[in-house]
Design a protein around this ligand. Structure first.
Ligand code: NAD
Length: 334
């Protein structure tokens, strides 16, 4: 059977977009637009994520996996592959490592290889920023940050652009890392204060949690009426950042309900029957105007940001196209 010779004679060009090029072409505004738009597509049913694979590989203590999906409207098909290597920091590398691979949805051929480390941080920050833009009270003044790891400064910068915040209060289990957030506040000329968890709850109008915690860091009765929370750290079974009773009290939104109830912050409230999947609204519905979002100034809104593959594909596709336009992508013939 002589079938392969025609295919072998059809070389094609692929793009390689490195971390530096991604930083050049994708800022917070581009990430916000890409993430908001793909959340809207997901809610319309024109973009969907495939089941996530995440495995402990039994080497270097690493967690490895892939997140994949297809955006039919934007014609973006691909996969983000990578995970968490806890020993990397000692080698001067980021613990989270990932690469995004884009395919041509018409032929299945490889289209682009895009560095995923910076894009993961900027797309995760865009996700909570989209939730703040659509769900926080317009008069929110105090931003509370729980967590001070690698993602936290991206989260803080993106959140500060969504409301006219007058002050940032912060808490972290490892207080020595809080100076990262203080530096961002200094640069953006906004007062910064390290506080207890209770004080953070009592003062904040918007709270972002971005930690690797496995137990609640904020109790339900510490949170004041009208607060918006973006819970961004819980992306694995067993993790938890806030009291499950808070999810029973709040109006809950998410990027994707299936992930929210299985690996997201809602997993505990759902297991304990404090909340059902039907009570959780995809934020895309709010973006599309099919759900009103916040229904009163007094209600607590909570966004369970679990992180979906389509977010990665959306920012990677934008990065590949912009890097190509600006001559920042390497072209390789396969
Ligand atoms: P990091 O390792 O740089 O920082 C971890 C943060 O969690 C630090 O603030 C640390 O002090 C805190 N922490 C660690 N163990 C804790 C514990 N037991 N109790 C309380 N706090 C604890 O990680 P990062 O890159 O900043 O990521 C933070 C979290 O966000 C991770 O859990 C990661 O899996 C998650 N994440 C989620 C998404 C998403 O889309 N939702 C995307 C990227 C990362």
């Amino acid at each position: 059977m002589a079938t392969s010779s025609t295919e072998i004679s059809q070389p094609h060009q692929i793009l390689i977009v490195n971390e530096e090029a991604c930083r050049e072409v994708i800022g917070r505004a581009e990430a916000f637009r890409a993430v908001e738009s793909v959340f809207a597509s997901m809610a319309r049913g024109s973009a969907y994520n495939f089941p996530v694979v995440r495995e402990a590989i039994g080497h270097a203590d690493a967690l490895y996996g892939f997140k994949s999906g297809f955006d039919q409207a934007g014609l973006v098909l691909g996969v983000k592959s990578g995970g968490y290597w806890p020993g990397n920091a000692a080698k001067g590398l980021t613990n989270h490592q990932s690469t995004i691979i884009l395919f041509d949805p018409d032929t299945g051929r490889l289209k682009a290889l895009v560095g995923g480390n910076y894009l993961t941080a900027v797309r995760t920050a865009a996700s909570s920023a989209v939730s703040i833009a659509h769900l926080a009270r317009k008069d929110a003044k105090i931003l509370g940050m729980v967590g001070a790891g690698f993602q936290s400064t991206f989260q803080l910068r993106a959140a500060l652009e969504q409301r006219n915040f007058k002050k940032v209060v912060a808490w972290n289990a490892h207080p020595e890392h809080l100076n990262r957030l203080a530096t961002v506040c200094q640069e953006t000329d906004i007062p910064f204060e390290v506080v207890s968890q209770q004080t953070l709850g009592a003062q904040s109008d918007v709270i972002i949690t971005i930690t690797s915690a496995f137990e609640p860091l904020l109790q339900a009765d510490w949170i004041k009426p009208g607060t918006h929370l973006a819970c961004m750290g819980t992306d694995t079974q067993g993790k938890q950042e806030v009291d499950q009773q808070l999810l029973a009290k709040a109006r809950v939104f998410t990027d994707e309900v299936a992930q929210s109830i299985s690996i997201g912050e809602a997993q505990h409230a759902v297991t304990q029957k404090l909340l059902s999947a039907e009570q959780i609204t995809p934020i895309g519905g709010v973006i599309n105007g099919t759900h009103p979002g916040r229904c009163s100034e007094q209600e607590i809104t909570l966004f369970d940001g679990t992180g979906v593959g389509l977010q990665d594909l959306a920012v990677a596709s934008a990065a590949a196209s912009l890097a190509d336009t600006h001559g920042l992508a390497q072209q390789v013939t396969l």
